[in-house]
Design a protein around this ligand. Structure first.
Ligand SMILES: Cc1cc2nc3c(=O)[nH]c(=O)nc-3n(C[C@H](O)[C@H](O)[C@H](O)COP(=O)(O)OP(=O)(O)OC[C@H]3O[C@@H](n4cnc5c(N)ncnc54)[C@H](O)[C@@H]3O)c2cc1C
Length: 414
């Protein structure tokens, strides 16, 4: 059994950022990764995916984007290479192909078993990712076995799907991007639209993330949210990072021939039922968008930027082009595939320390759990709104390192 001061589980951006923060404090540690470094960016993303966040936002502790296209958007493969370089530059002690299968605590020390090794440490940081397992609604089980079902983690490109039409369920960033790509490949596409957040890619001449950072949107903390649980469940923004900077929203999808429906409610064989909520859902998303853009407008006035930026170019509210279907016979409509772009859930079957709340999420505050020396990183709204973003995980990693360091110092004194 190997012993070290701290073990980080997972070598995505969170685990690598944590490793760098521990190295800065000369804390001996290892990072255990079930696959390769940045595994999810290599094996769980579709081929055409680019980051939603511009390159200049690819900031990690001690590491910034230094390429020639700060306003561009890296492909998933480029971002995996970026993380590889980060791991090399920071000499992150990553042990690859080490899937953690059990983590126990004896009241003083954590005992960790991977498929091929055992470890002990008084400190452990869980960095296994917020976007862990696909969250597929239970109605999926009622679909006919003749319908192919795919989750985004396994989707690569249109060629891998059966030849017919596709029902994409979920209209956040993933759903709209996959729907657009499938439509472009010549498929009939129906998009079931649930609750979503809409923002334009650019506003008044600048990338929307530039504005969100400037108005302090990412600095909002979970303590400032009137309903923290709801804030953590807010749908992700319907955006795409394209080299041409164009928008991808429901208006654009309709223009390209994607049919919109309400939230998928029921399935019975090949027959699916949608809620009568499309107009209401899109109106709520439009109102939320107007609130954010209004905040940006007020910031522009308050900071004297009005003369330097373009006039307001807020997108129009979505106008539905046809009545949304309430039911659809997938076979009759020539639809062979359902893509579940319905988000993610977490699963910790190997975690044998009682730190999960009633929802099965790790109960934490600023990454600190109730088990001494057990931390978590990369949770949605862990502390700040961008805690699970590339650009946000660094300050949480620094906060965890700050809490953890005195424990190491105290242990050394005994
Ligand atoms: C499609 C998609 C696009 C996104 N685009 C952006 C974007 O443009 N900008 C942005 O800021 N954020 C984006 N995000 C959000 C976020 O940046 C990613 O989810 C990112 O992968 C989170 O990094 P992480 O290190 O927290 O987790 P992960 O990248 O999920 O890393 C966790 C690591 O833990 C490993 N692991 C899991 N279980 C075990 C185990 N039992 N033992 C050992 N290792 C284990 C995994 O193999 C993985 O390598 C996107 C998310 C998705 C899903």
């Amino acid at each position: 059994m190997d012993t070290t001061d701290a073990i980080v589980i997972g070598a995505g951006q969170a685990g690598l950022a944590m490793s760098q923060c521990l190295s800065e404090r000369s804390i001996e540690h290892v990072v255990l990764e079930r696959g390769r470094r940045a595994e999810r960016w290599r094996s769980e993303r579709w081929d055409s995916l680019r980051l939603l966040t511009p390159n200049w936002m690819t900031r990690l502790p001690g590491w910034e984007y230094r390429g020639t296209d700060p306003g561009g958007f890296m492909t998933a493969a480029e971002f995996a290479t970026h993380l590889d370089r980060y791991a090399d530059a920071t000499s992150a002690p990553v042990h690859e192909e080490q899937a953690v299968e059990a983590l126990t605590f004896d009241g003083d020390t954590y005992h960790l078993a991977t498929d091929t090794s055992t470890w002990r440490a008084r400190n452990v940081v869980l960095a296994t990712g917020w976007c862990d397992q696909p969250a597929v609604p239970t109605v999926a089980a009622s679909l006919s076995s003749r319908i192919t079902q795919v989750v985004p983690r396994d989707y690569r490109n249109p060629h891998m799907l059966p030849g017919g039409g596709v029902l994409v369920v979920g209209a956040s960033a993933t759903g709209v991007q996959i729907a657009a790509e499938l439509r472009e490949s010549g498929r009939e596409v129906v998009l079931a639209v649930g609750s979503h957040s809409r923002l334009p890619r650019r506003y008044r001449g600048m990338d929307i993330f530039w504005w969100l950072e400037r108005i302090g949107n990412f600095d909002k903390t979970i303590d400032q949210m009137p309903d923290p649980e709801r804030a953590r469940r807010e749908p992700s923004v319907q955006l795409v990072g394209r080299p041409d900077g164009r928008n991808l929203d429901l208006t654009e999808l309709q223009r390209r021939g994607v049919r919109l429906a309400g939230r998928l409610e029921m399935a019975d064989g090949a027959r699916v039922t949608f809620a009568d909520d499309l107009a209401a859902t899109t109106a709520i998303a439009d109102q939320r968008m107007q609130r954010v853009l209004g905040e940006i407008d007020r910031h522009i006035v308050a900071t004297g930027l009005s003369g330097e930026v373009f006039p307001s170019d807020a997108p129009r509210p979505v106008r539905l082009q046809e009545p949304a279907p309430r039911t659809l016979d997938l076979h009759a409509a020539g639809i062979d595939t359902v893509v579940w772009a319905t988000g993610h859930r977490r699963a910790y079957p190997w975690l044998q320390v009682p730190v999960l709340d009633a929802r099965g999420e790790i109960a934490q505050r600023r990454g600190i759990t109730s088990a001494p020396g057990l931390y978590v990183l990369g949770q949605r709204f862990q502390h700040h709104r961008n805690s699970n973003f590339i650009d946000g995980v660094g300050r949480d990693a620094a906060a965890v390192a700050q809490h953890l360091a005195p424990r190491i110092a105290a242990a050394a004194r005994h």
